[in-house]
Design a protein around this ligand. Structure first.
Ligand code: ADP
Ligand code: TRP
Length: 336
């Protein structure tokens, strides 16, 4: 893919069903970038191994993620869509970068500290070096922009550090410093429906809307979303549970509908039941077509395999060039 376009990389772990947070934090940006950038999008299957998934589930998760990406609007003709484990150059760069990554800085990463708290019985080296593997994913294509949600900002900062450290040590600007990217000013964080955190693949399924949810389940989850007990005092800041509902509504509903409810909130005549009914229907209209298309695509395994193979070929062509340059700079190029 030798074009003059800027290079973009992003990945999603194959750990479960895609949800609205993945869509608005990552995939929506992928779709908008695919025309104007040189894009490498992948299923982060190696990253999912930190929690030892059942081998029987892994392959289904990878194929479903591919199907859901395509159903959301990603065009495999325009981008390289591949599985991380099909690109061995990523593992090689991970090894090289590990020599420049320090235990102390890795132990300080907030996502690592969270995992230690949540799964103290499984603090493996893969978990500790997760940001190094992620940096290898990005730097292997010498990417500039990385479309991700807000939760990944810290990891991007580490990728910049490793890039800089490598460049300084080996005396050449091999790696540009990548930035977290979102169209619009701010990175996105889609809140969970119970107001306790972000929507996520593995935690609290009833508070997360998945692209695979049935219409009934979507309605049920939205109607159960937390709202406050009554109208707030005039001029008081909007409670988080309510601003979360507005944020979700802004994502999927017509601007008129959002404006009407905002006005009703301001003059304290809002009925949260009505707002949630509207949100539920708009959510169904948004999710159902993606769900149906993804389910159909998942039936066509030969097609999905072809996509993976083509994607890996494009990704390896780019990765091989980077590794050749990296090896030469380090001095492990014995046959040249
Ligand atoms: P999860 O956190 O649900 O397991 P991943 O870690 O695989 O999902 O994240 C894939 C992408 O989706 C990343 O770019 C991440 O920033 C984004 N993402 C995940 N959850 C959210 C959310 N609730 N809001 C916005 N973006 C999100
Ligand atoms: N760490 C990311 C997450 O948990 C997934 C990921 C792995 C990624 N490698 C990446 C995202 C490279 C962007 C670029 O969401």
């Amino acid at each position: 893919m030798a074009t003059g376009k800027e290079i973009v990389v992003s990945g999603i772990r194959s750990t479960g069903f895609l949800h609205l947070g993945n869509y608005f934090g990552a995939i929506r940006n992928y779709i908008r970038m695919q025309e104007d950038y040189n894009c490498y999008f992948f299923v982060a299957d190696w990253h999912s191994l930190t929690t030892h998934p059942d081998p029987k589930d892994l392959r289904g998760n990878v194929f479903r993620l591919l199907a859901e990406n395509i159903a959301s609007g990603l065009d495999p003709e325009k981008v390289a869509l591949y599985a991380q484990s099909d690109v061995p150059e990523i593992a090689e760069l991970y090894l090289l970068l590990n020599m420049l990554a320090y235990k102390g800085e890795l132990e300080k990463v907030p996502t690592f500290k969270d995992k230690v708290r949540l799964q103290p019985q499984n603090v493996n080296a893969g978990l500790l070096t997760y940001p190094v593997l992620m940096s290898a994913d990005i730097l292997v294509h010498r990417a500039i922009k990385v479309p991700v949600g807000k939760d990944q900002e810290q990891h991007l900062e580490m990728a910049r550090n490793f890039a800089q450290r490598f460049n300084t040590r080996y005396g050449e600007e091999l790696f540009p410093e990548p930035i977290a990217f979102n169209f619009g000013d701010n990175l996105v964080r889609i809140p969970s429906l119970d107001g306790t955190g972000k929507m996520s693949k593995s935690e609290n399924e009833m508070a997360t809307l998945y692209l695979n949810d049935t219409d009934e389940l979507i309605r049920k989850k939205v109607m159960k979303a937390k709202t406050d007990s009554g109208p707030a005092e005039p001029g008081a800041p909007m409670p988080e549970t309510i601003s979360n509902l507005f944020l979700l509504m802004q994502s999927v509903s017509a601007p008129d509908a959002v404006d009407n409810f905002r006005l009703a909130y301001e003059n304290q005549s809002i009925r949260y039941g009505d707002m949630k009914k509207q949100l539920a229907e708009d959510m169904v209209a948004f999710i159902a077509p993606i769900r149906e298309k993804a389910q159909a695509l998942q039936q066509d395994v030969p097609y999905l395999r072809r996509i993976l193979k083509d994607g890996a070929e494009k990704a390896r062509a780019s990765a091989a060039q980077t590794l050749q340059a990296a090896r030469a700079l380090i001095g492990i190029n014995y046959y040249q």
